[in-house]
Design a protein around this ligand. Structure first.
Ligand code: OSB
Ligand code: MG
Length: 368
């Protein structure tokens, strides 16, 4: 695959509702989309960063910097045959997982189009439908959260994840359980607590949660292992896992019993496939996490979730969960049982990118 040039679009998308986590509120997304052109073929990638370094240390501007200054020039000077040849090419770049992943995604899409195969087939995905779960942000009061949960369950979502932070945790979970004793329920703290808060997690043990996601520091592994020894509910790491090596370390020391995989957080699909292999070996269930992706990132995540080690409901919702406008021509829908079909009609991402829509919504365009 010889890359002729890359086109960068920055697309502004308003969120239907603000999304509040322990680290901040998102009102709209400014999403970087990159299109790699090779002859007549195009491959698309969506960057999952935000404007600021809140969820991760990377930002959209830091990605543009790494991609334009290093990755694209290197890519243009090489001729990679398969997307798995790409990680060695960018190995010299430390960190910057999300910047690397965005281009790797575009290479998989491009390769799929050239080979006339969809991503699911290319990576060996097995499921035809993936389990959809919903992530609900912190709300103004409990009654609003309760009505959102009711709504989500009526739509068919298979599990409810709520965001927690100090002051919005044990009591909220208790009230949810009072109303819904049986549903699949989990919490995500996005690193809002420290080991000294262990009583909170011991209190949560009473509510039959599927897991507690990333309770402690975003870079920590050791304190999570200590906490896990003190509680029954499985800990699931998100922010702390940036590579297959992190995953191996965390599993070995008992810091995580389940892993949230955001393929872009771990530098791409190739690294994700390594985590998939590790998960089979150590028998740790995986699920796909989300970053409020638009159609391009969502299509990639849905294809990855079709791999056999992704055993738990994912943070993969319908396209209409966050947005009213779509940049793919076949937006994702969920059936009443809470499954989303893995699309295979089109090569690469499995769906068609709506370039006209992207151009309409894009306030910045750059070509290199
Ligand atoms: O921690 O999983 C997270 C959204 C933004 C940043 C971090 C997280 C999330 C979510 C939303 O939980 C998941 C989704 O895309 O639906
Ligand atoms: Mg999370």
């Amino acid at each position: 695959m010889k890359i002729d040039y890359a086109t960068f679009y920055t697309v502004k998308m308003a969120l239907k509702n603000p999304f509040r986590t322990s680290f901040g509120i998102m009102q709209e997304r400014e999403i970087l989309l990159i299109c790699l052109q090779s002859g007549d073929f195009k491959g698309w990638g969506e960057c999952i960063t935000e404007k600021g370094p809140w969820y991760s240390s990377e930002t959209t501007d830091s990605c543009i910097h790494i991609i334009t200054k290093f990755i694209i020039p290197w890519l243009k000077g090489s001729n990679i045959e398969h997307p798995t040849d790409y990680p060695p090419l960018v190995k010299r770049i430390r960190g910057n997982q999300m910047a690397k992943a965005c281009i790797e995604d575009a290479l998989w899409d491009l390769y799929g189009k050239i080979e006339e195969k969809c991503l699911k087939t290319l990576i060996g995905g097995e499921k035809q439908h993936i389990e959809a779960g919903i992530s609900l942000g912190i709300q103004k009061d409990f009654s609003i959260l309760l009505s959102k949960i009711k709504d989500a369950l009526e739509q068919g979502y298979q599990r409810i994840k709520i965001k927690i932070e100090p002051g919005w945790d044990v009591d909220i979970v208790k009230q949810i359980r009072d109303n819904y004793p049986e549903i699949k329920l989990m919490v995500d703290a996005n690193s809002a607590y420290r080991l000294k808060d262990k009583e909170i997690f011991q209190a949560l043990d009473r509510y039959d949660l599927m897991m507690i996601e990333q309770p402690l520091q975003y870079y920590d592994i050791i304190d999570h292992a200590t906490l896990q020894k003190e509680i029954q509910t499985p800990i699931c790491l998100d922010e702390s896992i940036k590579s297959v090596d992190d995953a191996r370390t965390a599993v070995e020391i008992g810091a995580t019993r389940i892993i949230n995989v955001k393929p872009s957080r771990v530098s791409g699909i190739t690294e994700t496939l390594k985590i998939h292999e590790l998960a089979k070996l150590v028998n740790v269930p995986l699920w796909i996490g989300g970053m409020l992706e638009t159609g391009i990132g969502r299509a990639k995540n849905i294809a990855v979730a079709s791999l056999s080690s992704f055993k738990l409901p994912n943070d993969l919702s319908e396209s209409s969960r966050y947005y009213t406008e779509f940049i793919i021509k076949q937006p994702f829908k969920m059936n009443k049982e809470g499954f989303i079909r893995v699309p295979e009609e089109f090569p690469g991402l499995g769906v068609q990118v709506d370039e006209e829509k992207i151009k309409q919504l894009s306030n910045k365009k750059m070509e290199i």
